[in-house]
Write a protein that binds this ligand. Structure first.
Ligand code: FAD
Ligand code: FES
Length: 248
């Protein structure tokens, strides 16, 4: 596992409990959409995992939602702070050769899909995005997706921005859905379960999260049950899986 001492260039609040961190590395090789880094946080012994949300040369962007002590600690760091990171970890997404592709983001799930949108854009694969969140304040990265996608559809549970309803209520009625060749989704487990029930008839790749232990495939702490009856490690075999192959 490659370790880095990196510098926090910017820590910006995006919404309630939501922060964007720009981190500069001294040495950074290839980083693929879907891969993640583990951060040492002053508050916790075990590292905390965050997906790469974007890249510009030697700078990576991470977007985090505060849920506990580790994320609260990171959210309070000031510019110039030194960070101890390990990565990139996990397998990158298998990139499609043709589109159109649709990205399905629930809340903070927009983070890793933004980097995928950038890479699809570079490869001239047409990409649409459906971004959903609880409220307008929790809808993030909308401008960034707007600059990379053919179409961006917004939705909120309370109707304060875009269409009103859950992502899985809105998706089946979208006119573009019949042309989509492949879906990529990131969001809460309940969203994946509902997507599975929709049975879209096209491949759907899910960016999964689980509690991380070692982050290197040794402890099995991050296992998710597959339809083959085996546990698959999110940290080394994932974090992106074909939704059909995972039990939810
Ligand atoms: C591969 C991967 C990529 C991730 N990418 C991002 C990202 O880009 N942005 C982001 O905000 N978060 C991301 N996460 C989740 C993030 O790692 C956790 O929110 C973080 O570790 C919580 O640390 P904490 O000390 O603040 O909370 P803790 O005090 O450890 O936990 C607080 C609460 O959050 C829950 N929780 C903690 N970790 C996870 C987890 N991994 N999955 C589900 N629930 C959890 C706990 O059950 C508890 O209820 C990712 C997780 C994985 C495995
Ligand atoms: S976190 Fe230890 S095997 Fe994945």
């Amino acid at each position: 596992m490659k370790r880095h001492q990196a510098t926090l260039l910017e820590n910006r609040r995006l919404g309630p409990g939501l922060y964007s961190l720009q981190v500069e590395f001294e040495d950074l090789g290839d980083v693929e959409p879907g891969q993640f880094f583990e951060f040492l946080t002053g508050a916790r012994f075990l590292r905390r995992a965050f997906s790469v949300a974007d890249r510009d040369a030697m700078r990576l962007r991470f977007v985090l939602r505060v849920v506990g002590k580790g994320t609260a600690w990171l959210s309070q760091l000031t510019e110039g702070s030194k960070l101890n990171l390990a990565g990139p970890l996990g397998q990158g997404v298998a990139m499609p050769s043709e589109g159109p592709v649709m990205l399905l983001a629930g809340g903070i799930g927009a983070a890793p899909l933004l980097y995928l949108a950038r890479k699809l854009n570079e490869q001239r694969v047409e990409v649409d995005a459906l971004l959903a969140a609880g409220t307008k304040e929790e809808l993030i990265l909308t401008e960034e997706f707007g600059s990379l996608c053919r179409k961006v559809i917004l939705a909120t549970d309370d109707g304060s921005c875009g269409q009103k309803g859950l992502l899985t209520d809105i998706l089946p009625a979208l006119p573009a859905i019949n042309d989509i060749q492949i879906f990529y989704a990131c969001g809460p487990e309940s969203m994946f379960a509902a997507l599975k029930r929709l049975d879209l008839g096209k491949p759907l790749y899910a960016f999964l999260e689980s509690r991380m232990g070692c982050g290197t495939g040794l402890c099995m702490g991050c296992g998710v049950l597959g339809r083959d009856g085996r546990y698959h490690r999110v940290c080394t075999e994932g974090p992106v899986f074909n939704l059909e192959e995972i039990e939810l």
